[in-house]
Write a protein that binds this ligand. Structure first.
Ligand SMILES: C[S@@+](CC[C@H](N)C(=O)[O-])C[C@H]1O[C@@H](n2cnc3c(N)ncnc32)[C@H](O)[C@@H]1O
Length: 295
């Protein structure tokens, strides 16, 4: 969306932990608005190379234009792809291994506010695909899936304790009229679980929207596949840094590296954003950064 910028979360912490050095090769597996990619290119100059990946074609197109304004085109190559294909992408870029990899999981502000169905506050289609060319939309899932499967998705990926009530209400509501927009869906969810009294800490639709997004984009599958390939693409001494935004994806990361003899954690606890950043950028509130060195 023209004019909308993503504000990178924990930019300094994330790029610092990679210890970016001139002449080395780095992967930004989630280029989004290009904030991390730019910083890596700056710090790896002269001679450093960046491989950028995003499954959103618009993100790749826009970041290509932005990076070309500041950096030599020979210093980076961007791929419209899934970071789960990291092995093929590194090879196609002409390298055997890389010196650092960063993942900033989830969606960008450009996607969230781009009328693509991610935000429960917007009109527009119920899409929610990061890659507009791939797979089912939220419309398909919400209007066609059986109640039991819907409830399981909302429970498993959203940790939503009212999952059954929400699924029941969705099925009841779509019998009269298909659920076409995020606003319509969020009204159905609210009717299912909000009794109209008490103060809400988060919008009642938050967890269901997150669950649908994770399911539709097969986010956990991509992360697990990526982690399985990591030690073959990251040089010994190289660093992997992963920024996650909710407990489900953080659990996958934490469990993969726990007692893993190939990787050493670079901090005892996950690195969290500073108070100032949390005040200035609310999206950073739930961020957790974990970093590991390939040993
Ligand atoms: C939070 S944003 C990244 C923001 C970026 N660090 C910046 O500074 O602008 C996440 C991006 O990752 C992309 N993404 C999420 N999962 C992906 C995957 N499995 N493969 C490739 N890209 C993915 C999304 O399309 C989105 O553009």
């Amino acid at each position: 969306m023209e004019g909308l910028k993503h504000i990178p979360v924990m930019l300094n912490e994330a790029v610092n932990v990679l210890s970016v050095m001139p002449g080395r090769v780095y992967v930004d597996g989630t280029i989004g608005g290009g904030g991390f990619s730019e910083e890596i290119l700056r710090r790896s100059s002269p001679g450093g190379f960046l491989i950028g990946i995003d499954r959103d074609a618009d993100a790749v197109k826009n970041v290509q234009i932005e990076l070309e304004k500041e950096f030599d085109r020979k210093r980076f190559k961007l791929f419209y792809s899934n970071f789960s294909k990291i092995d093929e992408i590194v090879k196609e870029s002409g390298f055997k291994n890389v010196d650092g990899i960063i993942l900033d999981l989830g969606i960008s502000r450009i996607q969230l506010e781009g009328n693509r169905g991610f935000s429960f506050k917007e009109e527009g289609g119920l899409d929610m695909r990061m890659d507009k060319g791939d797979g089912l939309t939220a419309y398909d899932v919400v209007n066609r899936y059986p109640e039991k499967i819907l409830a399981d998705i909302i429970w498993r990926f959203g940790d939503e304790r009212h999952s059954r009530k929400i699924a029941r209400k969705i099925v009841e509501s779509r019998k009269n009229k298909r659920i076409e927009t995020p606003i319509e869906l969020s009204k159905v969810i609210k009717k299912a679980i909000f009794k109209g009294s008490g103060k809400l800490r988060i919008d009642p639709a938050t967890k269901t929207f997150m669950a649908l997004r994770i399911f539709i984009n097969k986010e956990y599958d991509s992360l697990i596949e990526f982690l399985g390939k990591l030690k073959d693409v990251l040089n010994i001494g190289g660093v992997i840094a992963i920024l996650s935004f909710h407990s489900g994806e953080d659990r996958i990361v934490k469990n993969f590296f726990k007692n893993n003899p190939d990787f050493k954690s670079l901090s005892k606890k996950p690195i969290l954003p500073e108070g100032e950043e949390v005040r200035f950028n609310p999206r950073s509130r739930s961020a957790k950064l974990r970093a590991f060195c390939h040993v």
